[in-house]
Design a protein around this ligand. Structure first.
Ligand SMILES: *[C@@H]1O[C@H](CO)[C@@H](O)[C@H](O)[C@H]1NC(C)=O
Ligand SMILES: *[C@@H]1O[C@H](CO)[C@@H](O)[C@H](O)[C@H]1NC(C)=O
Ligand SMILES: CC(=O)N[C@H]1CO[C@H](CO)[C@@H](O)[C@@H]1O
Length: 780
């Protein structure tokens, strides 16, 4: 659709618009795969449930059991991952009797609110999961029997149903985060019916539940929670929360601004004895900054945290924190990914506390004496009172707890690695919602492949390359994958390195998506190399999954160049190269003199630059096509607004990418002279309406007539003519020339050629020349 609309815009003469869409920027994906492409190549498979939509809210990838658990509206699902067929199991879990009605009575929407949306799915023990749902605005939890490894059971345990307040939000869509640690659930959420009581809550274990005081969090939106050990001493383990909250506008105005935070509590926090009873005594938070440095110290900030992914290294301490941000500013829309090192986060929590004498004063570092044990430090042997070897926060002196309550915020913000975002995306049609990162070993080291889920049902696969002396890394969008057929926000993404799969959840359902499919890039070394995909390498015969340290025989031929994507260097002598082998056969196309004609050529990679060459009859070498107002080079191909007989010749559509040139298409254009055609037109038998070749009752001026003309003017090659007729004129059907005023008049038949709308014509050409990309299925 877009294609024809665009072509028409050219015809209408909106030259500026057409010409402005010049060479694509770096953030244009190298490869775009449609929903249909992904399905037909088995790159993805979908589960939408028995009713066509799950209303999915929760997803738990269980690598130990090889299962994927899903929480939807009034239902739970289990899919097997170890077999080709997922063999889905469903358990219905509607709200308790009467609760739906009560929810409606309290003024909530019966359709969007008053159901049991399952939002928590966590492991409980070796045979059971914990599931919690909104329960029509009365959160509820239960255990689900899922069986041992190898079994495929899914059964609700009705005896275990209990209230879910503090573990699951009331609302189906409000942001919250939870993590399961040593039999207890840590949840950051807004825990009441009216959506005002924000807290971090721990429950489910033998210890009394613990929560945060009411003044620690301000309209928080939690996006992630995870246990991170702070060293080898288990007593130091902490649960980190990532969230956005609001604070009073720094310019002293009445408004509030959004800031992003990392907060943490000790796993062994037990609350205070006299102060902070059953409340966190170790909670601290710090600001997460993600900003682009500008001129003169001005910074563009991304305030709103959207998602966080912890990338755990194979060795070493602490994960790397990949955080996806968006802006909330009205003037500037965009997303950014910033990466934080755990060491930098620790340093901020070990630094000065933020302090101000009153809410009217500005924040400064706390310069007085900090009590011992330092607030925020977990109880351990080091902090223990004499005679009490293990230590507990209940033994902390009151002044420590009072200080902790008054100083939950650190003075220094956490800055990202390299002091700036790894990726910045502005002017993007979609908003980014989810981030997942896979560290991939390639020939020249490890690369972090970033998967970004958008709000329109697609996933971007991106790498960011740092080069010496350049502050902003180079961004390479390897693929754009339209996972869901219709626009729908991606709300969950989970990575299975073991299976090399990404599980992508949207309210509609879930997709299992292969991280890579190297043969999609093409069958030549150059194409594999240009792809710059760390998962893929040329192995001497095809583009395949790169595996470090595989059989030495193949390794000799292995070619990969992620940094530069330079096939000229990499693919020398690697079999088929450029012209020699890649050169496509020449197809014949026809145009009439003085009329418009369109030669379509769309390269597989939108990042490639297209150059058209023309080899005139008798010429040895092709020459660059000179474009002007008459001959336009568009994104879709070459448009002749008025064909001249001197335009005849063989047109080469060549693409250039990273200095590598390839001929993707060769079209021999024959120009039918206007005079020849005119003199042959049977003037008397002007049809009332333009002819519709080979279709229905209006098709009186037959194909035979048309063939006669072509033969008379010298195209004796009958089979080809037949083919041409079949493909170019006959398929479009009656609609294509429905007899507007333009197609009437003296030279009726000839006019109708010219009157053919360009969009249709472009499609016809697409049918003539089909040897290239898996084409996007277009809704026409
Ligand atoms: C996709 O998978 C199906 C079933 O597993 C198989 O029959 C089909 O050949 C596969 N298609 C491709 C293109 O690999
Ligand atoms: C898991 O917990 C449930 C409920 O407490 C219990 O019935 C079951 O026996 C437990 N399973 C194991 C393997 O401990
Ligand atoms: C040969 C032919 O069909 N020529 C026609 C092309 O279109 C122009 C106007 O668009 C006509 O004037 C020609 O007769």
């Amino acid at each position: 659709m877009a294609r024809s609309a665009w072509a028409v815009c050219c015809l209408l003469g909106h030259l500026l618009l057409c010409l402005c869409r010049g060479s694509p920027g770096p953030s244009v994906p190298r490869l775009r795969l449609s929903y249909q492409d992904l399905l037909t190549t088995n790159r993805s498979s979908l589960f939408l449930g028995p009713r066509g939509s799950l209303d999915l809210r929760a997803m738990y990838l269980d690598e130990y059991r090889d299962r994927l658990f899903l929480g939807g509206r009034d239902a739970l699902y289990s899919l097997r991952l170890d077999q080709a067929w997922p063999d889905p199991r469903e358990v219905l879990w509607p709200p308790q009797p009467g609760q739906r009605e009560e929810c409606v009575r309290k003024g909530r929407d019966p359709l969007t609110d008053c159901a049991n949306f399952v939002r928590v799915l966590k492991p409980h023990n070796r045979t059971h999961l914990l599931a919690c749902g909104t329960g029509a605005f009365q959160p509820v939890c239960t255990l689900i029997a899922v069986g041992h490894r190898g079994e495929h059971i899914l059964r609700l345990e009705p005896d275990t149903v209990q209230g879910g307040r503090g573990r699951c939000p009331h609302e189906p869509s409000r942001a919250f985060a939870s993590t399961f640690v040593d039999g207890e659930l840590y949840t950051g959420l807004v825990a009441d019916f009216l959506g005002r009581e924000a807290m971090i809550f721990r429950s489910g274990g033998a210890r009394p539940a613990l929560r945060s005081g009411s003044d620690l969090l301000h309209e928080p939106q939690f996006v992630a929670a995870a246990r991170v050990p702070d060293g080898s001493d288990r007593a130091d383990d902490k649960v980190y929360f990532f969230f956005s909250e609001t604070e009073p506008s720094p310019d002293g105005g009445l408004g509030r601004v959004t800031v992003s935070r990392v907060g943490r509590v000790c796993v062994n926090d037990a609350g205070g004895q006299r102060v902070l009873v059953n409340k966190w005594s170790t909670f601290l938070k710090a600001r997460l900054v993600c900003s682009v440095p500008g001129l003169g110290g001005a910074e563009t900030h991304f305030h709103q945290l959207e998602d966080v992914f912890l990338l755990w290294p194979k060795s070493g301490r602490g994960p790397e924190v990949y955080a996806l941000f968006s802006t909330v500013s009205a003037v500037f829309q965009g997303s950014a990914v910033c990466v934080y090192r755990m060491a930098d986060i620790w340093e901020v929590f070990n630094g000065p506390f933020a302090h101000r004498d009153s809410p009217q004063h500005p924040w400064g570092p706390y310069l007085g004496k900090v009590p011992f044990p330092r607030p925020g430090v977990c109880p351990s042997k080091v902090t223990a009172q004499p005679g009490r070897p293990s230590g507990s926060t209940k033994d902390y002196p009151d002044d420590v707890l009072q200080f902790a309550r008054a100083h939950p915020l650190m003075f220094q913000p956490v800055r990202p690695r390299h002091g700036r975002p790894l990726l910045v995306k502005t002017h993007l049609a979609q908003q980014l919602r989810q981030v997942v990162v896979d560290r991939v070993d390639a020939e020249d080291g490890a690369y972090d492949v970033i998967f970004l889920g958008t709000d329109s049902g697609s996933v971007l696969k991106v790498i960011a390359l740092h080069s010496e002396g350049v502050a902003q890394p180079e961004e390479v969008v390897l693929e754009e994958l339209q996972v869901f057929k219709v626009p729908t926000p991606i709300i969950e993404m989970q990575l299975s390195v073991k299976r090399q799969m990404l599980y992508v959840g949207s309210p509609l359902g879930v997709a299992q998506l292969r991280l890579h499919q190297c043969q999609t890039y093409g069958s030549a070394c150059a194409e594999c190399c240009l792809a710059r995909d760390p998962y893929c390498a040329w192995d001497g015969t095809s583009c395949t999954r790169y595996r470090p340290g595989t059989s030495t025989g193949k390794r000799r031929f292995r070619r990969q160049d992620i940094r530069h994507g330079n096939p000229a260097l990499q693919c020398l002598g690697q079999g088929p190269e450029g012209e020699a082998a890649g050169a496509p056969a020449t197809s014949k196309v026809y145009g009439t003199e003085h009329n418009s004609t369109f030669l379509e050529c769309r390269p597989k990679s939108p990042q490639a630059t297209v150059r058209w060459l023309l080899q005139r009859p008798g010429a040895q070498e092709p020459d660059q096509v000179k474009t002007d107002v008459r001959i336009l080079q568009t994104e879709q191909g070459l448009l002749f607004r008025r064909l001249s007989r001197f335009d005849a010749g063989t047109y080469w559509c060549t693409t250039q990418e990273h200095g590598f040139t390839q001929t993707v298409l060769r079209l021999a254009l024959e120009v039918i002279p206007a005079a020849a055609l005119h003199s042959l037109l049977p003037r008397e038998s002007k049809p009332e309406r333009p002819p519709v070749w080979g279709r229905g009752p209006a098709a009186t001026p037959s194909r035979a007539w048309y063939k006669d003309i072509l033969q008379l003017i010298g195209f004796a090659n009958l089979p080809r003519v037949d083919e041409y007729c079949e493909r170019v004129w006959c398929p479009g059907g009656g609609g294509q020339r429905s007899g507007g005023p333009r197609s009437r008049g003296k030279a009726g038949k000839a006019k109708s050629w010219a009157g053919l709308d360009l969009g249709k014509k472009a499609q016809s050409w697409a049918q003539v020349e089909r040897n290239r990309t898996p084409r996007e299925v277009e809704a026409t």
